[in-house]
Design a protein around this ligand. Structure first.
Ligand code: ADP
Length: 503
């Protein structure tokens, strides 16, 4: 066996990547699919299109591999799955057809229901059990919405006729032609229905959100053989042996195996996760507590993580490009920002979609403060890059306070991590080194590692850690007092953005 096939089902595209034993990419295929916006604040996907694109890219990646002489039956050791998290789907167990479009993680339709749950005083109990803050982002209220709003859904769910799943469950269901209804613990921990301490669905929360147990998938380890794929899917049966939500998979792909190790992914948003070891750490600084992964040999039991999310990171650069039109492509932001030595005390708070960690203010809106007659587009571009790094610095600081473990460095990945100026700013604002690895396909790689460990393709965490290689390391240059002053000034700017859209 020479290869692992990773299925990376993302928010805007489905990808398949074949990795070799060294963790190098051998073949890749990718397809975008439709984003459906039925009303302001609503975001949906057609789950049939998700499966169709995911299946097609997997076949494409396998075909490309076979052109090089490999044979899928002989050379593919296992399949690993990683996926957009929280996106919620309900389907008919008999026909395998969705009863409605999937409600995507970005969808805000259940925000008022979440306000109500908070007002009823459920926040502390939900945080204690699930590690989450009450938010429309998570699956629980989305599932409740589907059960209440799809005609007949609640009765059919109670009668055991319907299946709920996040996207990993949907892929496993389709890979096994409906034989297996499962999710892994990392995906389950994003539903607001899963108890971190019992590692099971929580009856109390199921009652609160009126979810019948009959719709729920079995919770399986992230690393372990869940099933064999149906041979009709790829022409041969292949073991499905790894599953993790995208951010947890990226943390695994970055080999953050020891407590205190952390990674930050710079994509549309930023997601920072830190391994806190075998115990869930309750956050006092509005971070999420989540299952990192469960199961591979040598890392038995469950690894937990603290997680912080920044909603607008690379998307701020997209806004410079498409909204302000001061750059033509995202990478151009680096040279534009480098035209000035500093922002001239200008701060851009990119709260275009509210603020995530640590402020969690859905009513905050974007703000540009401190402009003078001398302010140019270069200052604004630089302020935009600083904003990405400063938001991440806030998350990092919350994490350090919660974990009480000194964070010695930050591993980075994602599209915007290619920006060297941004990475240098990040190191400066954190006061610790930022390290970028050679392989930045960490999400798919993490899924491959989980599947490969379960099937003996890779032996243990040490073998994987040894594959992780530095591309470039950014050391902090800013003095401690300058750093504190910068972060303080940033917080003043954030205060000005808060609450702006409150009704
Ligand atoms: P996602 O997986 O969320 O779609 P990617 O990891 O593909 O994101 O990264 C794309 C994001 O990174 C876009 O928002 C883009 O604006 C931003 N980006 C890409 N290259 C750069 C760059 N050189 N500097 C800053 N931002 C960048």
């Amino acid at each position: 066996m020479k290869y692992i096939l990773a299925l990376d089902q993302g928010t805007t595209s489905s990808r398949a990547i074949v990795f070799d034993r060294k963790g190098h990419v051998v073949t890749v295929a990718q397809r975008e699919f439709q984003q459906i916006f039925p009303q302001p604040g609503w975001v949906e996907h057609d789950a049939r299109e998700i499966w169709a694109t995911q299946h097609a890219v997997a076949l494409e990646a396998l075909d490309a591999l076979e052109k090089g002489g490999a044979q899928r039956g002989r050379d593919i050791a296992a399949i690993g799955i990683t996926n957009q998290r929280e996106t919620t789907l309900l389907w008919d167990r008999e026909t395998g057809q969705p009863v409605a479009n999937a409600i995507v993680w970005q969808d805000r339709r259940t925000a008022a229901r979440c306000d109500q749950l908070r007002a009823q005083g459920h926040a502390a109990r939900i945080q204690q059990k699930t590690g989450l803050v009450i938010d429309a982002y998570f699956s629980g209220t989305k599932l409740e919405w589907l059960l209440d709003n799809v005609p007949g859904a609640r009765e059919r769910a109670e009668a055991g006729e319907l299946a709920f799943g996040t996207i990993d469950s949907w892929l496993v269901w389709n890979l096994t032609a409906g034989r297996v209804h499962a999710t892994d613990a990392s995906n389950a921990s994003r539903t607001m229905l899963f108890n971190l301490h019992t590692q099971d669905w929580d009856d109390d929360l199921l009652k609160l959100l009126r979810v019948p147990r009959a719709v729920l998938p079995d919770v399986v380890p992230s690393s372990g053989v869940v099933a064999e794929s149906e041979s009709s899917v790829f022409g041969v049966a292949l073991p499905v042996a790894g599953i993790a939500g995208d951010q947890q998979a990226a943390t695994f792909g970055q080999a953050c195996f020891a407590p205190g190790m952390a990674k930050n992914t710079y994509g549309t948003g930023c997601f920072m996760l830190m391994n806190t070891g075998a115990q869930p750490v309750a956050s006092r600084n509005r971070l999420l507590t989540t299952v990192g992964w469960q199961g591979p040999s040598g890392l038995h039991r469950t690894a937990y993580c603290l997680e912080g999310s920044v909603f607008m990171a690379g998307a701020t650069v997209q806004w410079l490009r498409d909204g302000l039109q001061v750059i033509k492509s995202a990478p151009e932001v680096e040279s534009l920002a480098a035209q000035v030595d500093d922002t001239g005390d200008v701060y851009l708070v990119p709260a275009f979609a509210g603020l995530g960690t640590p402020d969690w203010d859905g009513y905050a809106r974007g703000t540009l403060v401190g402009m003078t007659r001398g302010t140019t587009r270069a200052h604004i571009a630089r302020a935009a890059l600083e904003a990405v790094a400063l938001q991440s610095a806030d998350v990092f600081s919350a994490m350090s306070r919660d974990a009480r473990i000194p964070l010695r460095e930050l591993r980075v990945d994602g599209g915007a991590s290619r920006n060297n100026l941004l990475m240098q700013m990040q190191a400066d604002f954190l006061g610790v080194p930022v390290v970028r690895p050679q392989v930045t396909e960490t999400t798919a790689l993490g899924a491959a590692y989980l599947a490969g460990l379960a099937t003996g393709f890779w032996q243990d965490a040490q073998e994987i850690s040894a594959q992780w290689q530095v591309d470039r390391r950014f050391d902090p240059h800013l003095g401690e007092s300058e750093r504190t002053a910068k972060l303080g000034r940033w917080r003043e700017a954030v205060e000005r953005a808060k609450g702006w859209a409150r009704p």
